[in-house]
Structure formats: C-alpha cells, structure tokens
Design a protein around this ligand. Structure first.
Ligand SMILES: Cc1cc2nc3c(=O)[nH]c(=O)nc-3n(C[C@H](O)[C@H](O)[C@H](O)COP(=O)(O)OP(=O)(O)OC[C@H]3O[C@@H](n4cnc5c(N)ncnc54)[C@H](O)[C@@H]3O)c2cc1C
Length: 406
C-alpha cells in the first residue's frame, strides 16, 4: 500500500510539510484556499531559514543589519550586525509562500486550490479521513464541493485552524497584531534601507512591542497586544504612529491588516492521525512574536516523522508515531520558548522594566547572544565570565530603573 497525506493550508508550514513528503515519494495533497494570499505579517526571517530552506536571493527584498531599540522615554540603542554575511531577511509573504508552494508542487505534491470546510474522522485506526472542500479551480469563490480521502492529515491552516477545531485540539490565548503598510517619500525610505525599529512602552503596546520594518518598497508599521479589544489596538497604533511621526512624515497608507498571533501551543497538537503544525499548533515565540521559521520547521519535522514511521509511505503511522514529532520538537525548542516567555514576563511588565531592557541591549555581549540565538536558532552558551557579566548587567539595569519594585 501507499499512504495518502493531506496537508491543509499552504503558508510556510503547509508547503514545507508537503515538500518533505513529496520528496520522499509519498502521495501528498496540498490544499490552499487562496493562491495569491498575502498573509498579514512583518516578513522578517532569520538567516538560518535562508540556508535550511534553500531560499534563493530573490525571496529576500532587504537584508537588515541594523536594529534600533527605542525605550518608553525614547532612549535609542543601536544593535548592529557587523558581518557582511549575516542579516535578518525581510520578505513579502506572497512571494515567500508562493515560492515554497510552487516548489512543493514541482516536487510532486498535488496542489489543490480549495477551501477545506469539514473533516470526517474515522472510528478506527485504519479507515481514511474524509476531507470536504470547495474546489476553486473553476475560478469561482464558491467553488464546487468535493471530497478527498487521506490516511494522515496535517493541519497547517493557521491561527483560525478548522482542522484544530475538527479534532478538538483545544483553544489557545492569542494576541492581535495590527499593521499599516506605509509608502514613504524616497528620502524617508532611505533611512529604513537596512534598518528595522522596535519600540517599547505602554503607549505602543502594553505587553509586547511595536515595530517599523522595511518591506519591498514601503514600511510596515504595527503593534501587537493580548488585550484583544479594537479600541485598545487603535490607541496603541496611534501611539507608534506618534512616536515615529517624524520618520514617517509624508507617508501614504497602502494597506491596513490585522491577524491573531497564537500565544502558546494548543493543548492537543496530535489527535489520532491528525497533526497540527505552525500557527495551527501554536509555534510562535513570546517576546519576539516570530512564527515563520518555526512554522516551516515544525511542519518539516512533522513530515519527517511521517516519512520515517510510515516506512517511506508503505505503512499507516499511528498517533504514537506522530507524537514523536512533538517530543522531538519540544526537546529541540522547549528551552527557547521558556526563555522568551520569561523575557516577556520580566521585561514587558512596565515602562521601568522596558527602560531596563533597552539599556541592557546596549551591551555588546547581550547583542551578540541575542543575534546568534535569533539568526541561527541555536542557544550558543557564552563563556562563564560573559554569562556573569550579562546577569550582573541585567540585575543592575533593573535596579537602576527601579524595575524590581512591586
Ligand atoms: C501582523 C503580523 C506580523 C508578523 N510578523 C512576523 C515577522 O516579521 N516574522 C515572523 O517570523 N513571524 C511574524 N508573524 C507570525 C507569522 O505571520 C506566522 O507565525 C506564520 O504565518 C505562520 O505560518 P503558518 O504556515 O503556520 O500559517 P499561515 O501563514 O497563516 O498560513 C495558513 C495558510 O492556510 C490557508 N488556509 C487557512 N484555512 C484554510 C482552509 N480552510 N482551507 C484551505 N486553506 C486554508 C491560508 O490561506 C494560508 O495560506 C507575524 C504575524 C502577524 C499577524
């Protein structure tokens, strides 16, 4: 026998899963409701993603080597990457997603332009799942209702995942990120050529940060908050627009967008022969709100487990087999998630702790460690002396800002 795997959603997660499965010769169906989807996103990716996912240069619109951290009292700290070969990649999601999807299809995944509405769950371990979807290949928005049978299903359908609901994966808390795309006059855009800005403060986000990221020919200006209330978000967005007002003067809003960002994993990420990956599973990190790399990576690891435990597609994997993907994932990245969670709790607590955070970012060793862990996704242990210095500096900054007061 050969197994059939359906992957629902073709953002970075779904296409990465489909690519790994198709490469292994497994019968793969990749569903995407909107082939020209431009996911609301800052589009910042770490350097290691370019190498690990073999992204060609045209996917990266800008190579950012300068990051400006701006404190509540507008103290600015410049964090620069000095090596020419290192950078944060800025991409347009429609370009990145389109590339990954087309590559999966060219390697043999069957791409279906369809919206998945329902998943019928079998009552035993061998019968297939039935996917109900509207096929849009006739060009219509309503499409034609069809079904497809699959032995394994990967839910890569993002934060509002229908597959998660179908398997009763449980809810997660989420933040709402709001973003305006602003086209700037040429001289203003030149300032953001290879520079991204992060603003912290109660006026721009009560529990996260606000950003100005350079995109292809414009900047993305946005904020995120867990206080999911429309009026709050509008006020915070007004806050970042005010703080960056001089640099954004003369800009024209070309797009306004908002989307949920999961705050933590769902209670159940594998149920039966259905596995969730990426935002559907809840793989975005705290503090940085980074999700593209982790979506692609979790999906690849899930697909690798399917290839391995199905003996290259000749045996139906079990729930326990799929759960191996989760064990490996948690082992590899569990600590990263914990550290970033603690960082967010400690430093985004008040304006005093935020001042301390920005002050701490001026330290070159802190900068190197932060960049290494972001760019390469490896926790590079600093030598003990540097570790001690960083700890002392952190406590010093917090004390100076009176940030440890209850
Ligand atoms: C404003 C904002 C800014 C962000 N900035 C960054 C950043 O700079 N860097 C970063 O790393 N992360 C960022 N993130 C997070 C990042 O966007 C997500 O973590 C990432 O997109 C997750 O990828 P995914 O493939 O899991 O899901 P998605 O990218 O959401 O992809 C899901 C796909 O499934 C499709 N789909 C959904 N439902 C169905 C269905 N029923 N049938 C068929 N297809 C379906 C959708 O059309 C979509 O293509 C940001 C998020 C937001 C909201």
């Amino acid at each position: 026998m050969t197994i059939r795997v359906a992957v629902v959603g073709s953002g970075p997660a779904g296409s990465s899963a489909a690519e790994t499965l198709a490469k292994a010769g497994i019968e793969t169906y990749l569903f995407e409701r909107k082939l020209d989807n431009a996911k609301p996103c800052g589009g910042a990716i770490p350097l290691c993603m370019v190498g690990e996912f073999d992204l060609p240069p045209h996917i990266i619109d800008r190579q950012v080597r300068k990051m400006k951290m701006i404190s509540p009292s507008n103290v600015e700290v410049d964090i620069n990457i000095n090596k020419q070969e290192e950078y944060i990649g800025m991409c347009r999601r429609e370009v990145l997603d389109g590339f990954l999807r087309d590559r999966a299809a060219s390697l043999g995944a069957n791409l279906i332009n369809g919206t998945v509405y329902k998943l019928d769950i079998p009552t035993n371990n061998t019968d297939p799942y039935t996917i109900h979807y509207a096929d849009h290949s006739d060009g219509s928005a309503e499409g034609t209702m069809k079904t497809l049978k699959a032995d394994v299903v990967i839910g890569a359908d993002g934060a509002n995942s229908r597959i998660a609901k179908a398997i009763d994966a449980g809810d997660y808390n989420y933040a709402i990120a709001f973003q305006e795309r602003i086209r700037l006059p040429e001289d203003k855009m030149a300032y953001y050529e290879d520079l991204a800005e992060m603003y912290v403060g109660n006026d721009v986000s009560t529990d996260f940060y606000a950003w100005v990221f350079p995109k292809y020919d414009h900047v993305a200006v946005g904020t995120g908050t867990m206080k999911v209330n429309k009026a709050d978000i509008k006020n915070l967005q007004a806050g970042i627009r005010k703080r960056a007002a001089k640099k954004l003067a003369g800009g024209e809003i070309i797009k306004v967008e908002a989307h949920p960002i999961p705050e933590h994993p769902r209670p159940r990420r594998v149920v039966g022969r259905v596995a969730l990956v990426g935002d559907a599973a809840g793989t975005v990190t705290k503090s940085s709100g980074e999700g593209i790399y982790f979506a692609a990576k979790s999906a690849r690891m899930c697909a690798e487990a399917i290839v391995e435990f199905s003996n290259g597609g000749t045996r139906i994997p079990t729930e326990a087999d799929l759960k191996v993907y989760l064990k490996r994932w948690d082992k590899k990245y569990g600590l990263t998630y914990k550290v970033l969670d603690i960082l967010q709790t400690v430093f985004y607590r008040s304006d005093a702790t935020r001042e301390a955070f920005v002050e701490m970012c001026a330290d070159k060793d802190v900068q190197r460690m932060t960049f290494d862990s972001y760019l390469y996704k490896t926790v590079v242990p600093a030598n003990p002396l540097i570790q001690m210095k960083i700890t002392a500096k952190t406590i010093g900054s917090l004390l100076r800002g009176n940030a440890l007061a209850p």
